[in-house]
Design a protein around this ligand. Structure first.
Ligand code: G4P
Length: 300
């Protein structure tokens, strides 16, 4: 059994409520399947926090909340850890999910889980109202498990960003890379930018036209990146378009929310993506717990 998974299973045994932080712009792609599997096995309730809702598409977030709030044992809330007020509500939500817990005799034990870069450290810092963990945009900044008392009634456990090695759908890999949950050296940025460009042109054409100030008709992801470079006169020595710079600009605008409120997936788009993938490649049933155990790994 993989060590990260083993550690997570052990920690879950001494936890009352799992706090899973996901990126509201790609809630399912940014959810490690191991977390749901383990918490179901341990029968632990899960507070699913769709963080970065401030830069996600509100309509998509609403659809995801309806979807997750139908899952037994799960409460989903859209939040932004840029707002202290949102973080201040988290313990109360957890207390409501674990009646009888939250006193000095019976401390409420919460565990923060999630993949890299979704905001776990920011939440930890916010809960404690002091800086306890490195907060950074590079995946895998959070290295070790921390158990910290918020007060004598509430304890929180912060776990390392958990990534799994075999991402089932290629589009999930691209979405994770676009959102910086997968490190910059793990994938070719240009290809990620082309993927993002295609997706944004399809789902948010008006936003893209307004952000970059040119006609986007007939463009695909490659064309979009090229046109950004052309419009901004970004050229390398010798005169060729600086595609890498334009690709980075498109990614950065999305990552920081400058482009607008964007979500990369909705429950419906995900259903369609999975259906299309099944038609394209008949997949073997490798969803047994044993197989999933083997797949789980940490991000280091
Ligand atoms: P992690 O522990 O899960 O790896 O994530 P971490 O807290 O380090 O957060 C990753 C990045 O996401 C940080 O950006 C953080 O500020 C940002 N972030 C966290 N929550 C939110 C949110 O609700 N909305 C938005 N828009 N961003 C959020 P950074 O650029 O590395 O740091 P900073 O300069 O923003 O502090």
């Amino acid at each position: 059994m993989n060590s990260a998974r083993k550690k997570a299973a052990e920690n879950m045994a001494i936890t009352d409520v799992i706090i899973e932080v996901v990126d509201a712009r790609l809630p399912q792609a940014s959810s490690n399947p191991m977390i749901e599997e383990l918490r179901k096995f341990r029968q632990r309730p899960c507070l699913k926090l769709l963080n970065k809702a401030d830069i996600a598409d509100p309509a998509a977030t609403k659809a995801w909340l309806a979807h997750y709030n139908n899952v037994p044992g799960m409460k989903a809330v859209a939040v932004s850890f840029k707002r202290q007020a949102d973080m201040a509500k988290v313990v109360g939500w957890c207390q409501a999910m674990a009646p009888g817990r939250g006193s000095p005799d019976k401390q409420l034990r919460m565990m923060i889980m999630g993949i890299p870069n979704v905001g776990k450290s920011t939440l930890m810092n916010g809960l404690l109202r002091r800086r306890v963990a490195a907060v950074g945009d590079e995946p895998a900044v959070t290295k070790s498990v921390q158990r910290i008392e918020i007060n004598n009634s509430n304890v929180v456990l912060d776990t390392p960003g958990l990534m799994w090695p075999k991402i089932e759908f290629p589009s999930d890999g691209y979405m994770l890379a676009a959102s910086h949950a997968i490190g910059t050296n793990a994938v070719v940025e240009d290809e990620v930018a082309y993927f993002l460009g295609n997706l944004l042109l399809k789902r948010y054409p008006a936003m893209i036209a307004s952000r970059y100030g040119f006609d986007i008709n007939g463009l695909d992801g490659v064309g979009l990146v090229e046109k950004i470079a052309t419009k901004r006169a970004w050229r390398k020595k010798g005169g060729a378009l600086d595609i890498e710079k334009a690709a980075m600009a498109l990614l950065k605008d999305y990552r920081t929310g400058v482009t607008g409120n964007i979500s990369l997936e909705t429950p419906q788009s995900r259903e369609e993506m999975i259906a299309a993938a099944k038609v394209a490649v008949p997949v073997q049933d490798d969803t047994s717990p044993e197989t999933s155990h083997d797949r789980a790994a940490d991000d280091k």
